[in-house]
Ligand binder design. Structure first.
Ligand code: PSU
Ligand code: MN
Length: 301
């Protein structure tokens, strides 16, 4: 079998419990060790504390792991050179027995294979600044239009071109739902100046919309944008020059394809002396809590 379940997830499936998928690229390419490991464990705990079961997804030894044991999580967190797997790489990595972390796109594919409908993360990939020249648009966006998973994020990082990211999502027919907000949250900031097209105020409403897509035969998932908790927010005027510097450095170094996002994320943590990381961790936990609520609501929807 290509899919293998952790003991905890296998029991949850047998008992028809609510399950929340979690990605692994955030562990290997999104945060430095050891904060990545602590965050991965803490996020799983938040899901459990809110009544659902976490399933961190990764590829190990040519198998899709749905849920990782603590030692598997530990070993992945210490493998910064693990492959970063998106839709394009997944089958090649599996067929050749590789180990790697799944991006938002690949995590959605694996969650769907395992019948998991909800996935919580920090930020999705999107349209990069300068995409009119580089054509750098994350495969996460198209995946949202194909695969029926509701993804909870804190908006998109300002390393991306946020208006273009929203335009592409609209073109692809992906609902972007603001959770208790009318503007796109901008990852480290609760608000941006970009209006968000749809708003919902409860997990039950989001679950009902997920079910309605299936009922009317619409392929694809939903993107829920959940603002960072107020106390963890970082002022945009502090971050804007940092992001501009990181983007300029990536350009100057000719960083391209899969390396762009990890380079920018790591550089911003360095340039903010870890401050961005503290906020990043807080918003992922906040998304895990909402993910658990939506997964539970889907069991009742
Ligand atoms: N944005 C973040 N943190 C992350 C990522 C994006 O704020 O960890 C990761 C996610 O796994 C996402 C991936 O799916 O980067 C997008 O990479 P790319 O832009 O190469 O598609
Ligand atoms: Mn890219």
């Amino acid at each position: 079998m290509t899919l293998t379940y952790s003991d905890e997830v296998a029991v949850a499936r047998a008992e028809n419990r609510a399950i929340v998928a979690l990605e692994s690229t955030i562990i290997t390419h999104g945060m430095p060790y050891p904060q990545n490991l602590k965050t991965a464990r803490d996020v799983e705990r938040v899901v459990r504390d809110n009544g659902a079961v976490p399933a961190t997804i990764a590829i190990m030894g040519g198998k899709i792991h749905i849920g990782l044991s603590d030692s598997e999580l530990d070993s992945l967190a210490r493998t910064p050179d693990a492959m970063k797997l998106s839709r394009a790489d997944l089958a090649v990595a599996l067929a050749s027995g590789k180990t790697g972390a799944t991006t938002v796109a690949a995590t959605m594919i694996c969650a769907d294979l395992a019948g998991i409908e909800v996935f919580a993360t920090g930020g999705i990939g999107g349209v990069h600044r300068g995409a009119e020249n580089s054509f750098d648009i994350s495969a996460d966006l198209r995946e949202l239009s194909k695969t029926a998973v509701t993804v909870i994020c804190a908006g998109a990082k300002a390393i991306l071109d946020l208006p273009k990211t929203l335009e592409v999502l609209e073109t692809l027919g992906v609902p972007v739902i603001g959770y208790k907000t009318d503007v796109l949250p901008a990852f480290w900031s609760r608000i941006s100046n970009i209006p968000i097209p749809l708003r919902m105020n409860s997990a039950a409403e989001i679950a009902a919309a997920h079910r309605m897509r299936a009922k009317i035969g619409l392929a694809g998932g939903q993107l829920v944008a959940n603002p960072i908790p107020l106390e963890a927010e970082i002022p945009a005027d502090y971050l804007t020059p940092v992001i501009e510097q990181a983007v300029a450095e990536a350009d100057a170094k000719g960083i391209a394809t899969k390396e762009v996002t990890p380079f920018l994320l790591a550089r911003i943590v360095e340039l903010t002396e870890g401050r961005s990381l503290v906020s990043n961790i807080a918003l992922v936990k906040n998304n895990a809590r909402l993910g658990a609520e939506i997964a539970i609501a889907l069991k009742e929807a």
